[in-house]
Ligand binder design. Structure first.
Ligand code: DON
Length: 309
């Protein structure tokens, strides 16, 4: 069996892109107009090695809103700011086995099951240090930039549309506020959460961000340490068990690497010490994961034994 690292990775990605190019199964997210009307033909693949070599195929430089993939990086920042014990008091680390927007809260404490579902991400947004919503969001944006190794834009239209479609998340936030698990006011928390979802990334960025997790917190392009090895390990662990929502178990069985998906069709995955990978294709399956990103990951996992376990 060949090893993915050290091989002509780009040729592999181009071949895979060709093979799945006309697979249009699934539906774009109907949550906001920008995502619903996204060009469903877009399909990008990229891999970044721990020494910073990036290989890419297809639409790897097209930008899209990062959506729920931001949750992994906000969790990294909350852990860096407060430490695992303090964060764990407010948000658990158990797979919910439910949809990403589910009200998966512990009955007595109102503590959300994990930081990769919406409820948990709202709590981690509130746990990030900062005087107000603006400062908290700026710190999350800066962390994602440090992981990508370049400046990242912000999609104002997506943010406005997200604000207009936020009833369920807002209700979740109010519920957690009343239960005591959300430590901040609802409005600033919503602002941080919806802004972090509206940051623009490319598939290539996701590969580098994944590689930053895979190296234990050092961006392989810039050489900058973004967070500690311990934080990287905690984030990858929770991605492994909870990053693909109610598909997390099957994902671990068939691909076997920590991952996080988002409703724009992006997917980030990383294998400690091995690689970071970004994938993007807007059509989603019923659980909200990108159909082609999952199919491409499974293909590569089978052929190159990517499984970290
Ligand atoms: O919470 C929301 O509605 C979105 N802005 C983010 C959702 C998301 O990406 C969940 N993932 N599949």
């Amino acid at each position: 069996m060949a090893s993915l690292i050290g091989d002509p990775i780009e040729r592999e990605l181009v071949t895979l892109h060709e093979r799945l190019k006309h697979d249009y199964r699934g539906e774009t997210s109907a949550s906001i107009p920008t995502l619903e009307h996204a060009d469903h033909r877009l399909f990008g693949l990229a891999v970044c090695t721990p020494d910073g070599y990036v290989s890419a195929a297809g639409d790897a430089d097209v930008e899209f809103s990062v959506q729920s993939i931001s949750k992994a990086f906000t969790y990294a920042l909350a852990l860096s700011d407060r430490g695992l014990e303090s964060v764990h008091e407010h948000v658990g680390a158990e797979p919910s086995g439910e949809a990403f927007s589910a009200i998966s809260l512990e009955e007595e404490t109102g503590r959300p099951d994990n930081p990769m579902i919406n409820a948990g991400a709202l709590v981690t947004c509130a746990l990030v240090s900062g005087a107000d919503a603006h400062e908290k969001y700026e710190r999350i944006h800066a962390l994602m930039e440090a992981c990508a190794g370049r400046s990242l834009g912000f999609d104002e239209t997506v943010y406005e549309e997200e604000q207009g479609a936020s009833d369920r998340n807002r209700a979740l936030a109010h519920f957690m506020r009343s239960a005591g698990s959300l430590t901040d006011e609802v409005d600033p928390t919503m602002e941080v959460y919806l802004k972090q979802c509206s940051v623009l990334v490319s598939t290539r960025d996701l590969a580098v961000m994944g590689a930053t997790l895979a190296t234990g917190g050092v961006n392989p392009l810039t050489g900058d340490r973004v967070f500690s090895g311990t934080v990287a390990r905690h984030v990858l662990t929770v991605m492994a068990t909870c990053g693909m929502y109610d598909y997390s178990g099957e994902w671990l069985l068939t691909v076997g690497t920590p991952a996080k998906s988002g409703v724009s069709g992006g997917l980030i995955t990383a294998s400690p010490g091995q690689f970071g990978m970004g994938l993007f294709s807007p059509k989603l399956d019923a659980r909200g994961n990108s159909v082609r990103a999952v199919a491409a990951s499974q293909d590569l996992a089978d052929r190159y034994e990517l499984h970290a376990l």
